[in-house]
Design a protein around this ligand. Structure first.
Ligand code: AMP
Ligand code: MG
Length: 399
């Protein structure tokens, strides 16, 4: 039996050597959201590829613009290129945002900052320009060949936009690690297999919660059938589960007579890193290695399952996905209301984060899925703090 403090458990997992999947596959850029790059994306050419006007107005020589009237000799818009003679002294070319700056010009006067009379423009009263104004120089954002998205980057909207801007219709990503999900409990019933439950039965919700969290972290969820609290059944499920890259069990890790997960893991030859964490919810969780595979036995109480997943499984899974240094998603917030800690335990209570303020929501304990859904984060009340006053800063675990 090894029970660790919350920070020590986080630390242990942070230091754990994790083997990332090393098989790559190619996917359409549009299907790459949440995937981790296995090959970098480089600029296909200078960005921007030409000196780009960032305003609608007039391409001019700044010095020239500041002293007198200019003759408008033409116009160029986004998608076009000025093919006339280079801009001469005393000349201006009408230009639109996104168009290449004509040769000879060195700035763009905003249309709002000029007075135009027929084919003549001049600076409005009090307006002047310096060279380079309202222009992004060719290559200022990136040089051709420069790596813009390194291996290990997670593809989100910003990364997808950048890859698209580099002309990449497809990207190389790591295969998603498979995660076996085993819900244990005699009381559990699988959705869709019964029209009504006996009062003592409950629907299996943890498998769905875990699958959703696995997918959000970049893994591929493999939901195994509900496993009753029977030794042979748990052993058989472990055999199937260890074929996946990571094993996540729920339930059966407390001290009850029918809590068989730890016992059956041991029987299967597991090595335990810890068998409890001084936290609430989540205390009885176990973690270790079964042969080559890492496993987590999460407590069955649904909020405990989710909190421990976000703290421990999610960062590790993200690292397995190829995201180096992935850590729990912490934020910092000011407590809007006083909150109660618990002696000897780090509490992570369902909370609401609104702007920079957070508060703990009322709940009936770690089975209260309704309160959990009214929350949008977990407020951390560190071990050793009996009361946290309104106005204090706390960490919040984002989900
Ligand atoms: P256990 O960790 O097995 O002692 O379970 C703790 C509590 O969580 C009990 O009230 C269980 O009924 C409940 N529970 C366990 N597994 C699940 C599950 N897969 N879905 C919903 N609730 C569960
Ligand atoms: Mg149980």
């Amino acid at each position: 039996m090894t029970t660790l403090g919350f920070e020590a458990a986080l630390e242990l997992l942070r230091e754990l050597r994790v083997v990332a999947v090393d098989e790559m596959e190619e996917v359409a850029l549009g299907a790459s959201r949440g995937r981790v790059l296995a090959a970098s994306v480089a600029a296909d050419r200078d960005q921007p590829p030409f000196d780009r006007a960032t305003r609608d107005g007039f391409a001019v020589r700044a010095e020239d613009f500041n002293v007198g009237e200019l003759a408008v000799v033409g116009s160029v818009r986004a998608g076009q290129r000025w093919t006339g003679a280079a801009l001469g002294m005393g000349e201006a070319i009408e230009i639109m945002t996104g168009a290449p700056l004509p040769e000879g010009a060195d700035a763009v006067a905003m249309v709002e900052h000029v007075v135009r009379k027929g084919e003549q423009v001049r600076a409005a009263v009090g307006r002047s320009l310096v060279a380079g104004e309202n222009v992004v120089e060719q290559g200022a954002e990136a040089r051709a060949g420069q790596v813009l998205l390194p291996v290990g980057n997670v593809m989100g909207a910003a990364e997808i936009a950048l890859a698209a801007a580099c002309g990449r219709a497809r990207v190389k990503v790591w295969r998603r690690p498979t995660v076996a999900i085993v819900a244990t409990g005699d009381e559990l019933v699988e959705l869709g297999t019964a029209s009504a439950l006996e009062p003592q039965q409950i629907w299996n919700s943890n498998s769905y919660a875990i699958a959703a969290m696995v997918e959000a972290a970049g893994g591929e969820a493999v939901r195994l059938p509900i496993t009753p609290d029977v030794r042979e059944a748990v052993a058989a499920s472990l055999e199937r589960a260890r074929e996946c890259d990571l094993v996540v069990l729920s339930g059966g890790v407390s001290m009850g007579e029918y809590d068989l997960v730890e016992e059956m893991l041991l029987a299967a030859g597991a090595e335990f890193f810890f068998t409890g964490v001084r936290m609430q919810p989540g205390k009885p969780m176990v973690c270790g290695r079964l042969g080559e595979k890492l496993f987590f036995g999460l407590p069955g109480n649904p909020i405990s399952t989710q909190v421990t997943f976000h703290c421990f499984v999610e960062p590790l899974l993200r690292r397995m996905c190829g995201e180096a240094g992935a850590a729990p998603r912490w934020g910092l917030a000011r407590l809007a209301k006083e909150a109660e800690g618990k002696p000897g335990l780090t509490r992570l209570l369902p909370g609401r984060l609104d702007g920079v303020e957070a508060w703990v929501v009322g709940w009936q304990g770690s089975g209260d899925l309704a309160a959990n859904a009214r929350a949008n984060c977990y407020v951390e009340l560190p071990e050793g703090r009996a009361t946290l006053a309104a106005g204090e800063y706390v960490r919040v675990l984002l989900r």
